[in-house]
Write a protein that binds this ligand. Structure first.
Ligand SMILES: Cc1cc2nc3c(=O)[nH]c(=O)nc-3n(C[C@H](O)[C@H](O)[C@H](O)COP(=O)(O)OP(=O)(O)OC[C@H]3O[C@@H](n4cnc5c(N)ncnc54)[C@H](O)[C@@H]3O)c2cc1C
Length: 397
């Protein structure tokens, strides 16, 4: 069977459903394809979104499970507390959110095909599906997540971190003694940094009612991560595991193309994930807004060369920020567990809890790094023997 559609989108995750909705709002004929039988499953997300979510997409109140205002940042022997006056982030029901975004697209006229895309002809705009259907379109948008077949077809190289997460029940007293604080349990997330986990980190995210998402991303296998999470839980808490999940976090590669021929990539398929935190939803939604303008322009003018403006706009907006985040990641990667302890001790001595609370932004770490540089703090908080390497990483003169 052969079908025609102005735009075909592969993957009805949050990013695919969002770009589908935006394009249907621009009155384009859009077909969304997904191989999954149930939207949103299995859960592969910690579900934390900064307050900036409302700048990029809707988030209905009933999908917010909890609101947090700060974090306890742990190394093996030190804890820092950073917080905002107002809400800093939302913890969401990610499965229900995916369902909501999908429903919004369908209700706005997007067609849906429940099949797997198995091949693409990106020079002629053809998508081949698993049951023999062929879709001819002016634009093919790959939103298939971390292992994008369309990205491979475009000649890109993809790489990912493994990520693992557990839904765990932990008592208030356990959390308080882990934080060494009686601060309101559900208003803070915890992060835990060790040399072994870097360039990733471990998180503990409160959902309310003594339930927490405890997870990590790192260079380890899923099996090793499972053992690391069990060790972490055993060392710090009495707990009960309710569910386990695993997934992948793409690593952004600036050499990869976002556009080639009739093909466009967005979201995890494009590696559009914050290097330091692994968060992909806000950037993915921002890229949807950018791409929707350029895709509509290309379709209306019947000129696929105009798609390239999306790639230019994305790189212009995110190149510098990603580069800062990779530098932060490389710098932290130099630190042993003792160095991490030293680093946290120095942060506290130099009033950095207050500075991080004021300038820290989970979406844009360059603001904080620039503030540290401006205040001459970098060399006050890092072990002396690393100065030369840090100078090289940041290109200081
Ligand atoms: C453990 C973990 C925790 C995370 N925590 C956070 C967080 O707290 N905050 C945050 O912002 N981000 C987080 N992320 C990242 C976030 O989950 C992703 O960035 C986000 O899911 C990307 O959405 P997407 O729509 O691009 O891809 P996905 O959500 O991966 O959706 C891809 C869709 O494409 C479909 N698909 C794939 N291949 C095909 C095919 N060939 N044919 C048809 N359909 C196909 C899949 O079935 C799926 O429905 C986390 C990731 C992990 C792994």
């Amino acid at each position: 069977m052969s079908l025609d559609s102005e735009v075909v989108i592969i993957g009805s995750g949050p990013v695919g459903s969002t770009i589908a909705y935006y394009l249907s709002q621009k009155n384009l004929d859009v077909t969304l394809v997904d191989k999954k039988n149930q939207i949103g499953y299995p859960l592969q997300c910690a579900g934390i979104l900064s307050k900036h979510i409302f700048d990029y997409n809707e988030l209905p109140d009933n999908l917010i499970l909890n609101t947090v205002k700060g974090a306890f940042l742990h190394t093996q022997n030190h804890i820092l507390k950073v917080e905002k006056q107002e809400n800093a982030a939302y913890i969401i029901d990610r499965i229900a959110y995916d369902e909501h975004l999908f429903k919004r697209a369908i209700e706005n006229g997007v067609k849906f095909i429940n099949e797997k895309a198995i091949d693409y002809d990106i020079e002629n705009g053809i998508t081949y599906l698993s049951h023999g259907t062929q879709i001819n379109s002016k634009v093919i948008i790959g939103c298939e997540g971390y292992n994008s077949g369309l990205s491979q077809k475009m000649g890109n190289t993809q790489s990912n971190f493994n990520a693992s997460q557990m839904l765990v029940e932990i008592s208030d007293e356990n959390i308080q003694s882990f934080r060494d604080s009686i601060a309101s349990i559900d208003e803070y997330v915890d992060t835990y940094l060790t040399n072994d986990i870097l360039p990733g980190f471990l998180w503990v995210i409160p959902l309310g009612n003594n339930q927490f998402r405890v997870g990590l991303f790192s260079n380890h296998t899923h099996k090793q991560q499972n053992d690391m999470l069990n060790d972490f839980l055993n060392q710090n808490f009495e707990y009960e595991i309710i569910e386990k999940y695993k997934g992948f976090i793409p690593i952004f590669n600036e050499k990869n193309l976002l556009v080639k021929g009739h093909a466009v990539l967005i979201g995890d398929a494009a590696g559009q994930v914050k290097p330091t935190s692994g968060g992909g939803l806000l950037i993915g939604f921002d890229a949807c807004e950018m791409a929707s303008r350029h895709v509509a322009n290309a379709v209306e003018n019947d000129d696929i060369n105009l798609l390239r403006d999306y790639q230019k706009e994305f790189h212009k907006k995110y190149h510098k920020e990603f580069s800062y985040q990779f530098k932060v990641q490389r710098t932290l990667g130099l630190l042993s567990d003792e160095d991490l302890d030293y680093f946290f001790m120095k942060l506290r001595q130099n009033d950095c809890e207050r500075i991080i609370s004021e300038y820290g932004d989970m979406d844009k770490q360059s603001t904080l790094v620039k503030e540290f540089i401006k205040r001459g703090l970098i060399f006050k908080i890092m072990p002396t023997f690393l100065f030369k390497k840090i100078i090289n990483i940041f290109g200081f003169r």
